[in-house]
Design a protein around this ligand. Structure first.
Ligand SMILES: [Fe+2]
Length: 282
């Protein structure tokens, strides 16, 4: 794919590209925004380095791709509720927020189209984010498995991270998170979703929110779900982004999984995240 303004440099064979030729601080023309959107569809996750984004500028950029949404359980910045602060202090020895393969907020009826994550403070080493291409995850399954999964529905809840006994109860102490009974609410999504813009099929289950298949117990679901979680993050489907201060990652939440690596003990890491509203998976 060629572009007029931006330049894309892939970072792996499976997905992910660094974009140069734009400053996200500027008010970009509709033509440049269309190129960035195309790059997102082509590469699934795109990265911009050396940006100097204030919270209003991050919001303004993300809003060019759709309305933003507030997180159900994580409180946003006081003046900018659309931005959540993903932070782990140097003296914290806990799980990472986002430290498992997942798609954002699939407990919602309409999970985010995508997220824009911007680095405020990065550790001197570690703290990379992994991404995995879920078109490839689907396409590499056998035809028989694809046919079976095509007709299946999965149940998603936010109980694991945000339920009364969820991981937020004992982790992420420097983030403003409220655990709640509301996290027990169940949402149905197809196991395989068709991307609304590319028309391609992608595997759409994740370890953080998918708890079982519809009309099947958690125990009965576990062997196949475990297989799919394992398959979905095969290294051939992944890329790995090394953060630098002032970098932004914009991923297509409809076609990738991501994973925040927990390998920077003793160092601080802070990110600002916004999520762009998505549509109901079909
Ligand atoms: Fe995430």
């Amino acid at each position: 794919m060629s572009y007029n303004t931006i330049t894309t440099t892939p970072i792996s064979g499976a997905l992910g590209a660094e974009i140069t030729g734009v400053s996200l601080v500027d008010h970009l023309s509709d033509g440049v925004i269309a190129e960035i959107r195309q790059a997102l569809l082509d590469h699934l996750v795109i990265f911009f380095r050396d940006q100097q984004l204030t919270p209003p500028q991050q919001i303004a950029f993300a809003k060019r791709f759709g309305p933003l949404e507030e997180h159900d359980f994580v409180k946003g910045l006081p003046d900018h509720p659309e931005i959540i602060r993903v932070v782990r202090e140097a003296d914290e020895d806990s799980l990472n927020f986002g430290g498992a393969w997942h798609t954002d907020v699939t407990h919602q009826e309409c999970p985010a189209l995508g997220s824009v994550l911007y680095s405020i403070d990065v550790p001197p080493h570690g703290g990379d984010t992994l991404f995995a291409n879920q078109y490839l995850a689907y396409e590499t399954l056998s035809p028989g498995m694809q046919r079976m999964l095509d007709g299946m529905t999965a149940i998603h809840t936010a109980e694991g991270p945000f339920g009364p006994n969820g991981r937020a109860a004992t982790n992420w102490k420097n983030m403003q998170i409220e655990t709640s009974e509301k996290a027990l609410e169940e949402m149905e999504h197809p196991v395989v979703r068709t991307h609304p813009e590319t028309g391609r099929k992608a595997l759409f289950v994740n370890k953080t929110f998918t708890v079982r298949f519809k009309d099947v117990t958690a125990l009965e679901s576990a062997p196949l779900l475990d297989y799919l979680f394992h398959h979905a993050s095969h290294e051939q489907f992944t890329c790995r982004f090394r953060w630098t201060k002032g970098a932004a990652a914009f991923w297509d939440n409809r076609s990738v999984l991501h994973y925040a690596l927990n390998d920077y003990s003793g160092h601080r890491r802070e990110m600002h995240r916004v999520a762009i509203s998505g549509d109901r998976p079909v």
